[in-house]
Design a protein around this ligand. Structure first.
Ligand code: GDP
Length: 220
């Protein structure tokens, strides 16, 4: 059993869903890319980060979430995306979304993997405004060993995180129920993980209102 306190707020309350929809329907703009920590923007507002294996559907999800076609760039080339991308949300600025570099590319050179580790670890450990990381998991594959490594990093850095299933449209409803349960069962043992999993599909719009509400909830 997890020692994490149960979430007492109901992110899926219709009022919260509507409030979150409004926030994401407002201004959202790319701020900057940070290939190294000295390029980080000032930490003046809370942040929620998106992490996941390359090709998990992270760019598609950020674009769907923000109702933009090309805010986050898709089809990232492995080895070229070792940067954190920041997006400003709200006018006046309310919070930031952080697109973290994808991980787990089998053919990524060792030095690229090492650089990723340093960048991400330093960011996770030093970024006090980071409220939560959303770790994306492909519904078809479930949690992979490399995802566990990232969850280890988050647990060690004491950064709260939540698992989000992507591409839910690619599997049957019964399979989705099973993978959601399996995933929830696994994270229950993890100290910094949110106990509830959100299944999403950028393609079909599934889970997006809930995910928007979960982002707002994470800001505290
Ligand atoms: P990233 O590397 O994590 O940013 O992944 P992308 O967003 O570029 O998506 C990788 C591939 O998965 C692309 O071909 C997308 O069209 C596809 N994809 C992403 N999300 C979905 C989804 O919800 N459903 C389906 N069927 N395909 C998706």
């Amino acid at each position: 059993m997890s020692d994490a306190p149960p979430d007492t707020t109901d992110a899926f309350d219709p009022e919260r869903i509507e409030a979150a929809r409004k926030v994401f329907a407002g201004p959202i703009a790319f701020l900057k890319s940070a290939p190294a920590l000295q390029h980080l923007p000032d930490g003046s507002v809370p942040e929620v980060a998106f992490a996941g294996r390359s090709n998990v559907g992270k760019s598609s999800l950020i674009n769907a979430l923000t109702n933009r076609n090309a805010l986050a760039r898709t089809s990232n080339t492995p080895g070229r995306t070792q940067e954190l991308n920041f997006f400003d949300v709200g006018e006046p600025l309310k919070f930031r979304l952080v697109d973290m570099p994808g991980y787990g590319f089998a053919e990524a050179p060792k030095d690229v993997v090492k650089k990723w580790r340093f960048l991400v670890n330093d960011f996770l450990r030093g970024r006090t405004v980071l409220k939560r990381a959303l770790v994306l998991i492909d519904s078809r594959h479930g949690i992979k060993p490399v995802d566990r490594e990232v969850m280890d990093m988050l647990d060690a850095a004491a950064v709260s995180y939540r698992l989000i299933l992507t591409k839910a449209d690619k599997i049957k409803a019964t399979e989705l129920t099973a993978v959601t349960q399996r995933t929830a069962e696994e994270v229950r043992k993890r100290p910094a993980a949110h106990p509830d999993i959100i299944p999403t599909s950028s393609e079909k719009g599934m889970g997006l209102p809930e995910l928007r509400a979960a982002v707002i909830e994470a800001l505290g």
